[in-house]
Design a protein around this ligand. Structure first.
Ligand code: ASP
Length: 334
């Protein structure tokens, strides 16, 4: 019976594939993946060789996790989630373990995920005990009628899903983030309102063999943020966007990303104006955001597997695998 059902499923998948006008030709059915580990201002001399090696190794492992799924014929959605889980588990990035502290000395995590061709999306904001916020965001997408759950309601939803792993809030603590909080509080007391040196959010955008795109972002937000502050990362259209032509994950000063609908604007320029992905991403990240007074970066990917990674902050941890299989990892401007 089971074998028969599987045969039926396989047959219907084959027929659907044959009839789908969007089915990519062999030449187009190549995969691509781009990830980021946050935009920021890391002076080259302040990043010691060991820290750089470790960050590059984490980015490489995240790329491998996503790429393993794509090269086995898996979905872009699974690939972006897998890449992000690796970075959430790393204490070096501002997502999951290693998330920044808010002004109260605790952690509130935001994440979102979107699948382009179906426009399905899921997000969580201000969660405090969920080990993998991106996994909970996907669970909201797949197992609730909603797009975004926040705070206590998101925690209650997590309670109802036994597969969601929970940790005490101080599990996210790291010494370097505690020092960053103390520094940010000293700077805030001295009247410096720019929080830029503390970025470290993670994101991923993937193109799978079926020509489908997904994007996802996960973060602890901004150091010393007010309790209850929600940034752009969980806001669909601001920090994360995917449609059938384009996907984006942003990183930067979230308030400006929300007010300029950054992720959606990049893809809208591709969809409505026919801009190239590179032109669209460059215009939004390097002209519109700075003109508004913000800063940051973004990763973007289109249906042809073109990748754009603009940033205006001096550094953006990033890594990619192009459709031709070439890959790279970079931190500084190159
Ligand atoms: N965009 C994130 C936020 O504002 C921070 C970051 O990208 O590092 O919450």
């Amino acid at each position: 019976m089971l074998a028969f059902s599987i045969l039926l499923l396989a047959l219907s998948a084959m027929t659907a594939h044959a009839q789908d006008p969007a089915t990519p030709s062999q030449a187009e059915s190549r995969t691509a993946l781009v990830i980021h580990g946050g935009a920021g201002y890391v002076p080259r001399e302040s990043l010691d060789a060991e820290a750089e090696r470790a960050a590059r190794a984490d980015l490489g492992r995240a790329l491998d996790a996503g790429n393993a799924i794509l090269s086995a014929g898996g979905t872009a959605l699974d690939a972006v989630q897998a890449a992000i889980v690796v970075l959430e588990e790393s204490p070096r990035f501002n997502a999951g373990k290693g998330a920044v502290f808010n002004a109260r000395g605790g952690h509130e995590l935001d994440a979102s995920i979107m699948e382009g061709h179906t426009r399905r999306a899921g997000a969580v904001a201000g969660v405090t005990t969920v080990r993998s916020p991106i996994t909970l965001a996907r669970t909201v997408m797949e197992h609730s009628p909603h797009v975004m759950l926040a705070g206590e309601g998101a925690e209650a939803f997590a309670d109802s899903r036994p597969e969601i792993e929970r940790v005490p809030n101080d599990w996210f603590d790291t010494d370097h983030r505690r020092k960053a909080l103390e520094k940010a509080q000293r700077q805030a007391a001295a009247g410096d309102g720019h929080p830029g040196q503390y970025f470290g959010t993670v994101g991923a955008v993937a193109l799978d063999r079926h020509g489908h795109i997904a994007a996802a972002t996960s973060t602890g937000g901004m150091t010393n943020k007010k309790w209850g502050r929600v940034g752009d990362s969980p806001v669909i259209g601001a920090g994360t966007w995917a449609d059938d032509k384009c996907g984006v994950s942003g990183t930067g000063w979230g308030e400006f990303y929300i007010r300029n609908a950054v992720a959606h604007d990049i893809c809208a320029r591709v969809a409505y104006r026919g801009d190239s992905l590179a032109e669209a991403a460059e215009e939004v990240v390097n002209r519109i955001v700075p003109a508004a007074g913000g800063d940051g970066g973004a990763i973007a990917l289109d249906r042809e597997g073109n990748i754009a990674m603009p940033f205006n902050t001096g550094t953006m941890y990033r890594a990619w695998i192009k459709p031709d299989g070439s890959r790279g990892i970079a931190i500084f401007e190159e």
